[in-house]
Design a protein around this ligand. Structure first.
Ligand code: SAH
Length: 423
């Protein structure tokens, strides 16, 4: 979502005749697009601002947008007096106001809903993988999570607007689209005639667009994985066989304290339905270790469920207490040293599963999407349907680089695959 927001901000400024620079001392405006999910991300913003204010031109405007802006509000101006603007994740379309009035201190952390989507110019050229936001905010209120506070209550965009953006993306270069939302599979829009649209309707409509060859969506909440959506994995070949569906923990009482109201049987039941719909589907998860009150045996259950489900490509995090969340006030906070040890153990397990899965791909031919040259320029980077990175040798002639290619996998390690073009 932040990557998407960053694109829109860049497009908005380019539309006004500005160009990008990688060099802080050249910039006329410096914008930090920020994440507040864990404390470390927030701390990094303020240390980066300290570095930037020393390196920038004195006339340059500097500010923060996104969730840290919403979290800190006016306090950010007290911490960094030379900040010019602080704009929350739903008000970054107000950025031009600071260009018109550079001496002001611009603060807007309102949760204005969907206004930003419709007040921004469309991108002239879309990346091959284009994000289409369909839903913003979250109503789940997991007790660790700051997102309902920073991005607000859940709201779904109009079906027609989502499809209009998807068609625009397809006509301007997109081959893969990724529907985005904090609770993407909770997408629900009812039009003036009382017709309700779900994510499965969006997938079906997008699959009819010839230029779009691959469809995915993120992030999913387990109990919103309804049968109509699961069915899409059976009936829509353009829907990639890969799904991020975070479990967070494998211990029932931890899940309960997290306010994740599903039990393990229910979660495994959903996984089984998905595998029945599409036998080659792979699942990834997010995990939090060291949630308040997590015992050694709770943690063991998390490691066990990770192995049992065989998640590929997962993320795990040490629990980070956040303002405006219930878990920050819970008793039995876990010491940092235990969190670090658990993180290392779970990471090792997840890495092993990922390496095994990558190695199991050797000899298979996968349909992969071109991403760009690697750092050396001698190789090309492709993405498999499971979002693995696949490296192939660069052909002699760049006109022979296909956007979508059949690649035979020849080698694998934990981080990536190697392959060669078939045909
Ligand atoms: N549903 C959202 C979740 C965003 S946060 C989305 O993906 O859009 C992504 C992940 O960060 C969560 O799944 C969770 O595993 C982790 N996370 C959220 N709050 C956290 C916290 N306070 N401490 C540690 N990890 C956290």
């Amino acid at each position: 979502m932040n990557v998407y927001d960053g694109w829109r901000i860049a497009a908005m400024l380019e539309h006004r005749g500005m160009t990008r620079t990688e060099n802080v001392s050249d910039a006329d405006i410096i914008i930090l697009n920020t994440c507040a999910v864990r404390a470390k991300a927030t701390d990094k913003v303020f240390s980066a601002l300290g570095r930037i204010r020393r390196a920038k031109k004195s006339s340059a405007l500097m500010g923060i947008v996104g969730c840290v802006a919403r979290e800190s509000g006016a306090d950010a101006f007290r911490r960094v007096p030379d900040l010019n603007f602080v704009l929350g994740p739903q008000s970054y379309h107000k950025l031009p106001e600071i260009l018109e009035n550079p001496d002001a201190k611009l603060l807007n952390i309102d949760l204005s809903g969907l206004e930003k989507f419709d007040s921004l110019p469309q991108m002239v050229k879309s990346p091959t993988v284009t994000y289409i936001p369909i839903q913003e905010g979250c109503n789940h209120c997991c007790t660790y999570c700051i997102v309902p506070y920073t991005r607000g209550r859940e709201i779904s965009r109009k079906f027609d607007d989502c499809i209009r953006d998807t068609i625009h993306a397809a006509k301007t270069g997109a081959i893969e689209i990724c529907f985005l939302g904090q609770n993407v599979n909770g997408y629900k829009y009812t039009d003036e005639n009382g017709h309700t649209y779900r994510l499965s309707d969006l997938i079906q409509a997008a699959a009819k667009i010839p230029e779009i060859m691959r469809i995915r969506f993120t992030s999913s909440y387990p109990t919103e994985m309804t049968d109509d959506l699961i069915e899409m994995f059976k009936t829509e070949p353009k829907l990639l066989p890969f799904l991020n569906m975070p479990i967070q923990s494998g211990a029932p009482d931890v899940l309960q304290r997290m306010n994740r109201p599903y039990d393990l049987d229910q979660y495994i039941g959903i996984i089984n339905k998905l595998r029945n719909a599409r036998s080659d589907i792979q699942i990834s998860s997010d995990f939090i270790v060291g949630f308040p009150g997590e015992t050694d045996s709770d943690f063991e259950q998390t490691v066990n469920i990770a192995k049992q489900i065989g998640y590929i490509n997962s993320y795990c995090f040490k629990y980070s207490p956040r303002p405006h969340t219930a878990a920050a006030l819970m008793p039995n906070q876990i010491p940092e040293s235990i969190k670090s040890a658990r993180l290392a153990t779970l990471d090792a397990t997840l890495n092993e599963i990922q390496r095994d899965f990558n190695e199991s791909c050797i000899g298979k031919t996968l349909s992969c999407l071109y991403e760009g040259p690697d750092k050396t320029g001698r190789h090309l980077v492709y993405r498999t349907p499971y979002m693995q990175q696949c490296i192939v040798s660069r052909p002699d002639n760049d006109t022979m680089i296909p956007a979508l290619a059949k690649i035979e996998i020849t080698a694998a390690n934990k981080a990536s695959l190697r392959g060669k073009f078939v045909e």
